[in-house]
Design a protein around this ligand. Sequence first.
Ligand SMILES: *Cc1c(COP(=O)(O)O)cnc(C)c1O
Length: 426
Amino acid sequence: MNGFEATRAWADAQDAADPLRRFRDEFHIPPHNGHETLYFCGNSLGLQPRGVRAAIEAELQDWSELAVEAHFRGRSPWMHYHEYVRDAMAEVVGAKPHEVVAMNTLGVNLHLMMVSFYRPTRERPAILMEAGAFPTDRYALESQVRFHGFDPATDLIEMQADGPGGTLSMDAIEAAIAEHGHRVALILLPGIQYRTGQVFDLNRIVECGHEKGCLVGFDLAHAAGNLPLTLHATGADFAVWCTYKYLNAGPGAVAGAFVHERHAHADVPRFAGWWGHDKSTRFQMGPQFVPTPGADGWQLSNPPILALAPLRASLDVFSRAGMPRLVEKSRRLTAYLDWLIRSRLDDVLDIVTPNDPAQRGAQLSVRVRAGRDAGRALFTYLESNGVIGDWREPDVIRLSPTPLYNRFADCLGAVDAIDAWRASHA
Ligand SMILES: *Cc1c(COP(=O)(O)O)cnc(C)c1O
């Protein structure tokens, strides 16, 4: 038995005994009518770490006092600024430091990675992806297929959901790779499906894809800072992620990219820029591009210091908390919310996200059994009562208790609010 209890006393006792509880104090919790919001939206925009303001102000101050000299003489010399986030970012996604780089935004990185790792030929023109993917992923993939002169109708292969709640089974993925693999140049899948919250088996996908000669890339938007990732060990060719969701680096924050070390020195086509040029000769300003080895070689521009400062502050929190401890708490916290919903709201909500802890992260996606209109009504009710989740068309409410700042009491509070909504609509 899980030992869970649906009482405030029990939830408060869990929070008091939580070894990570002090991390909540490092975040700004948005207020609601004089109380703290119950914030379940870290899957969409993580809360602001308190350290962010000082991190930005330090750079503003160096800019005002040192101007161009801050590239060399700042407290954190700007010349090397992207390197300051590298180790912590690598730690979070389970990569070697030279395999990761913070640059651009997710969509941009996805395109830059495809320039190098989607090299379609007449015999092998296709991309294999999931149906119902996050729209930007489909737009990016489809536009790449067209860009190379191929036809998305035949060369963008979308695997249809075959499991409960619109999930996609590993069996279906294996079957699709077996059937289409010989003409697939690239397999692109998420770490976590944004609507259902389902986790994919990255190791198995890479194994199956490579066996058939396909390259494999992942979009880890919902996985980075949420799942225990071992990106290097999966053998994936590349991955991209944003940092404003579970990684709490702020709206539109600088994104991440991973290039497996087997490609570190590869002579692959790429779109080049001076910040990707060999570091030791970058400032000789020569006309020939010589890529710096590793993921850094895909950078285009000098890094946006004011946008990287929040990521640096946020990753500092992750370094101190540590992914293993965060994952352990996350599993219990989400299991508690799951248990509360199943035991108290079974007639109201259907949980779409797989029940198996290995197949989900923090997020639970729920549907209101009474249908879409009732779902919208519940979502609006929760919002106006200070319980913040998010709505995903056509009918899903996502609730994501995150281990850095959510409490067991928050989960109970959310379920109490849904209970109150049911009572008021009975
Ligand atoms: C959040 C998210 C995005 C957002 O892309 P941006 O380039 O950061 O706007 C893309 N893909 C997935 C799967 C996401 O979850």
